[in-house]
Design a protein around this ligand. Structure first.
Ligand code: ADP
Ligand code: ZN
Length: 636
């Protein structure tokens, strides 16, 4: 690229020099410019010949001898140096007697018509040609091709599509994220045996969106898919599509798909797809035409291409919430694979992958290292091994020992703490009891959804842990008793903190907000409060998708009613807290063992939870006990 650029610059320079030379050449060289008075005197003295009058300028021949009285010294000398006859030019003034004087001096004179032709060519066409030339070379340099495709070719040379025919990565290199790996295993199957699926009329997926925090192995996994299937891997970052000029990003998308079609079967990997797939018309100032065009082009290409040719698009993001919903529709990125940060066992497996080629001292215990790195993603662990190895090498050791790892760990943890990605031990205990509280109360409430997983691995920035519940059936209606149980589960995290630490943390903000919303809805929308009866309040529906500033709602009720609503909401929440405190107090031992299990394993799944519940108390009995609790509130 560089070489080409200087090359074309030389052409531009040469063209400019040529233009100057041309001007020089076509302008008559030995021309003496005369003032009009000099011209008249020379005319009278009979020194002129062949006078041509055109456009207010007289040109002709001038005899050099005997002009001493007429011309100043420099002009004379210039004439003498040239010797003999000489061209002259003078600008005419309004002089009606000139023709008579020319006749009297017997000078041949006339006028011309075509004299403008050459001048026009030089002064007008030639510069135009030069600029055309410059443009042509620039286009050629940018486009890497001839004039044929013009601007559109820009996309081709600049989009940095990285192509690897052999990624050399297999699923063996990906550890600790088994669920994601399993889901992508299917994609490998599609690529390997497309006929098996096509024969039965099945549709091969077009796009798979891999969602996960930075460094969790999204790229690695995509490469492994290509490696396992033995197909080329084309990759491009979403930010590469973001360009200043309208149409360039779209051209790149088109180009990417052309290349993919040529290489099929293959994997196309778009990293950071959020850069290109941001929801249209949200949070953008003004009309972002370029962005929209690019996204539209991507959508169109995805709709247009045929998976039977064996192109599967994988895309990665850590911000799935900003993506345009159109991208996630069926036929586009309709499969989603989530990668969590690895748990204890996962971290150990990842460490094992990365120490494969490292000489370890016998004392190095990977299980200990895994236990000391909660919150680390795969990339952080790879970094840990690398730092430790570097340190050992610097000190001239024969093998990497535990001390190297300790040092490296301290450095990395400090870095990650700044980025808010690791928790200190106290925070972990808080989160463990908080989540254990949610899970335990969900287990104890007859109408709560079943807990499928409890985790204290941070997910994103806000959630430090989570308790996953999944409903056992599709629901269209919620009964009051179910809503009350849901309130209990929401508040259980906070109540557990209070119970165990006699102190509370900020971690419950989202829980409290959701609980308050729910309670308020029960009072104002569902008619579930005795005190306020069946009337609904502030019936205006909330705009579902707009988070923007809402217009102040015209309140349709009195100040007294507003107070009553607040009072009822408060009462619902207070009563829920009482119920939860009672439940957790009674089953404190179970809470403790669940929290301990969480601290040890980081993730507790359904089976482990069942085991725990069975060993501490009989779940069936507990559920009966929960039903037998005092009436949930005075109303029903
Ligand atoms: P992402 O694309 O999610 O930001 P990468 O796939 O680029 O993360 O991961 C960076 C590096 O971290 C990988 O090259 C690999 O060395 C290491 N890594 C990440 N996750 C894993 C994993 N699950 N198993 C093994 N190595 C991993
Ligand atoms: Zn919570």
């Amino acid at each position: 690229m560089d070489k080409k650029q200087t090359f074309s610059l030389w052409y531009v320079l040469a063209a400019l020099v040529g233009l100057i030379l041309m001007q020089e050449f076509f302008t008559p060289r030995h021309t003496q410019t005369l003032t009009y008075s000099e011209f008249k005197q020379a005319l009278v003295a009979g020194k002129l010949d062949n006078v041509v009058i055109a456009d207010g300028i007289a040109t002709g021949k001038l005899r050099a001898e005997g002009l001493e009285q007429i011309l100043p010294k420099e002009k004379l000398e210039a004439l003498k140096r040239a010797g003999g006859e000489h061209g002259f030019a003078t600008v005419l003034v309004n002089d009606p007697g000139l023709v008579a004087q020319l006749d009297a001096a017997k000078v041949r004179y006339g006028s011309v018509r075509e004299s403008k032709w050459l001048g026009a060519l030089i002064s007008w066409v030639a510069p135009a040609l030069v600029f055309f030339g410059i443009w042509w070379f620039l286009m050629k340099r940018m486009g890497g091709g001839g004039m044929g495709h013009g601007m559109l070719e820009i996309g081709k040379s600049k989009a940095k599509v990285y192509m690897q025919t052999e990624t050399g990565v297999t699923f063996k290199d990906v550890a600790g994220i088994d669920e994601a790996r399993e889901e992508l295993m299917e994609v490998v199957e599609f690529l390997k045996n497309p006929d098996r699926y096509k024969r039965l009329g099945g549709k091969i997926p077009k796009g798979v969106l891999i969602v996960g925090a930075p460094g969790t192995g999204k790229t690695l996994l995509a490469k492994a898919v290509a490696g396992e299937a033995g197909v080329p891997f084309l990759s491009l970052s979403g930010s590469e599509f973001v360009e200043m000029f309208v149409g360039v990003g779209a051209a790149r998308v088109r180009d990417l798909f052309e290349q993919a079609a040529a290489k099929a079967p293959c994997i196309v990997f778009i990293d950071e797809i959020d850069a290109l797939g941001k929801a249209r018309g949200v949070g953008l100032s003004g009309g972002h035409e370029e962005h929209e065009q690019t996204l539209n082009q991507l959508l169109a290409e995805m709709d247009g291409f045929d998976t039977n040719r064996g192109v599967i698009i994988l895309a990665a993001t850590n911000r799935p919430e900003v993506l345009d919903p159109a991208l996630l529709r069926p036929g586009r990125f309709d499969r989603h694979v989530a990668i969590d940060r690895p748990d204890l066992i996962g971290r150990r497996q990842i460490l094992e992958v990365h120490v494969k080629n490292v000489k370890l001292a016998p004392a190095v215990d990977l299980a200990v290292l895994a236990a000391r790195t909660p919150g680390f993603a795969g990339a952080d662990l790879a970094n840990l091994v690398n730092e430790a190895t570097l340190r050992a090498a610097k000190l001239g050791k024969d093998a990497v020992d535990m001390q190297d790892f300790e040092e490296a760990l301290d450095r990395i943890v400090a870095g990650l703490e700044k980025k808010n990605r690791v928790m200190n031990p106290t925070e972990r205990r808080f989160v463990a009891y908080h989540e254990a509280g949610h899970a335990l109360v969900a287990e104890m409430r007859k109408n709560a959804d079943r807990v499928t997983k409890v985790s204290i691995i941070p997910r994103g920035i806000a959630a430090l842990g989570y308790t996953q519940q999944s409903p056992t059936e599709d629901r269209y209606l919620m009964r009051r008793s179910e809503l009350l149980d849901r309130l209990d589960v929401l508040l259980a995290g906070r109540v557990a903190e209070q119970l165990v630490f006699e102190d509370v943390s900020t971690g419950a903000e989202n829980d409290l907000q959701r609980a308050t919303d729910l309670a308020r809805h029960m009072v104002t929308h569902y008619g579930m409060s005795e005190a306020l009866g069946l009337a609904t309040y502030d019936a205006r529906p909330r705009p579902l998708y707009l988070n923007g500033p809402m217009l102040p709602e015209p309140r349709t009720f009195s100040e007294r009613t507003a107070e009553a609503i607040d009072g009822e909401v408060r009462r619902l929440l207070d009563e829920a807290r009482e119920r939860v405190a009672q439940t957790l107090g009674t089953h404190r031992a179970t809470l403790e063992s669940l929290a301990a299990l969480l601290l040890e394993k980081e993730v507790v799944d359904r089976a482990m939870l069942d085991g725990l519940m069975a060993s501490t108390a009989a779940p069936a009995q507990l559920r009966v006990a929960a039903v037998a609790l005092p009436p949930v509130d005075g109303a029903s």
